[in-house]
Design a binder for this molecule. Structure first.
Ligand SMILES: *Cc1c(COP(=O)(O)O)cnc(C)c1O
Length: 407
């Protein structure tokens, strides 16, 4: 099956005992049992079943199963937001004294999170670019993970997963990839050696801008050892499921970062059209980037343009598609604001991956908590506008941006 067919026919259709084409929304907190003995079994993982929606819910499971299969992972755990997913992954692996190698091109909220983790003794080592060479050189005896975005939002730098995962394997550390902006439509990071994949499914997976959520997919490939990851000791008996069982029975459940059943359902509905939306948005993004490239007063950054340093990697790793985000530099903050205020077919909003085109000035919003140095190394300048390209008719978009840029 190819991508779109597998979205519609290749994933489990849990709970369709009435023939419903989508899983029902189990909008409940708890699940009742006929006997105390039965609930005891469920609680102790000796019988399949659900007990309480913070711990598991059939609608949420249906979403998790779809994403796990789509990404080629062993299993998935859904979370209340993308940030909750990233937090849970890190806290499932790390302890005080550990170091993580991370890219500077990260989403602003993730950079803020690494600041917060300092208080717990977890240190982030920021690298301008994540490559085989930079990672190999930055590893110390305390390094316990590499965390990077596949297509940095909004830096739009792209990581060569085959090479970087090689560096991680050589050093016995897991590679965690935030693949929000790439989506499974462009690439399955696990096939390129990533150990764990996270998504802010609030974005392209949902697609309609109607629910906040995140998801963690584990490949089951990383070999945890009790010497380097002491927290895993009692989970090693689960073999490839060590990471997922530790997560489910530990930090994910205990921080209460579960996904609401209704939001899982909204994501399942959105997922059906992920392929169609991504195809259209990537095509629109390339045409819009080519249009900006022809303007003398605008500087454009889009990895799918032949002038981008990532063009070859886009061909090799992302089957020639550069994603659906374009950033432009308007010359000054004033010009950027003027351009944004003149646009009719793009909403000024802090989101990406909506069917609608969205624009934002990252420096004054998402990165307002970050230092100037952090901003610059994340590709955020005072005149940068990030455009999350939607599925509108491209002629309308180009005309609209043309009049806004001339304004
Ligand atoms: C939006 C985003 C996040 C955070 O996700 P939320 O669902 O908003 O919590 C993390 N990483 C990337 C790349 C994002 O775009």
């Amino acid at each position: 099956m190819k991508f779109n067919t597998s979205l519609l026919h290749g994933t489990s259709q849990n709970g369709s005992d009435q023939g419903s084409t989508l899983p029902p929304v189990y909008q409940v907190s708890a699940f009742a049992y006929d006997s105390a003995e039965q609930l005891e079994k469920v609680f102790n993982n000796r019988a399949a079943g659900f007990s309480y929606s913070r711990v598991g819910n059939p609608t949420v499971s249906a979403f998790e199963n779809r994403i796990a299969r789509l990404e080629g992972g062993l299993g998935a755990v859904a979370c209340s937001s993308g940030m909750a997913a990233i937090t849970a992954v890190l806290l499932n692996i790390l302890k005080s004294g550990d170091e993580v190698i991370v890219s500077t091109g990260l989403f602003g909220g993730t950079i803020d999170l690494f600041d917060d983790l300092k208080a717990f003794g977890i240190t982030a080592r920021f690298l301008e670019s994540i490559t085989y060479e930079t990672v190999s050189e930055a590893v110390t005896e305390n390094t316990r993970a590499v965390f990077t975005e596949l297509i940095g939002n909004p830096k739009l730098d792209i990581v060569d997963l085959d090479r970087v995962s090689e560096a991680c394997r050589e050093n016995g550390i897991p590679l965690i990839v935030d693949s929000t902006t790439a989506t499974p439509y462009l690439v399955n990071p696990i096939k390129h050696g990533a150990d764990i994949v996270v998504h802010s499914s609030s974005k392209y997976i949902n697609g309609g801008g109607n629910a906040i959520s995140g998801i963690i997919v584990d490949s089951g490939n990383f070999k945890w050892t009790k010497e380097r990851y002491p927290g895993f000791e009692s989970y090693l008996k689960f073999g490839p499921f060590a990471f997922l069982s530790k997560l489910r029975n530990g930090i994910w459940r205990n921080t209460g970062s579960c996904l609401a059943p209704m939001n899982a359902f909204m994501n399942i509905v959105g997922l059906d059209t992920l392929g169609l939306r991504m195809e259209r948005s990537c095509e629109n993004a390339l045409k819009l980037a080519e249009f900006f490239d022809s303007l003398y007063n605008i500087e454009v950054n889009y990895p799918g343009l032949p002038s981008s340093p990532y063009y070859d990697l886009v061909q090799k790793e992302l089957s020639g598609k550069g994603g659906a985000i374009v950033t432009i530099r308007a010359g000054s903050k004033e010009k950027a604001f003027k351009l944004m205020d003149s646009i009719k077919f793009a909403s000024i909003a802090t989101n990406i991956g909506d069917v609608r085109t969205l624009v934002i000035h990252p420096a004054s919003t998402i990165y307002t908590h970050n230092t100037e140095e952090q901003c610059v190394s994340a590709g955020v300048y005072d005149d940068t506008i990030r455009i999350s390209v939607g599925i509108e008719d491209i002629d309308d978009l180009i005309e609209d941006f043309r009049q806004a840029a001339e304004n």
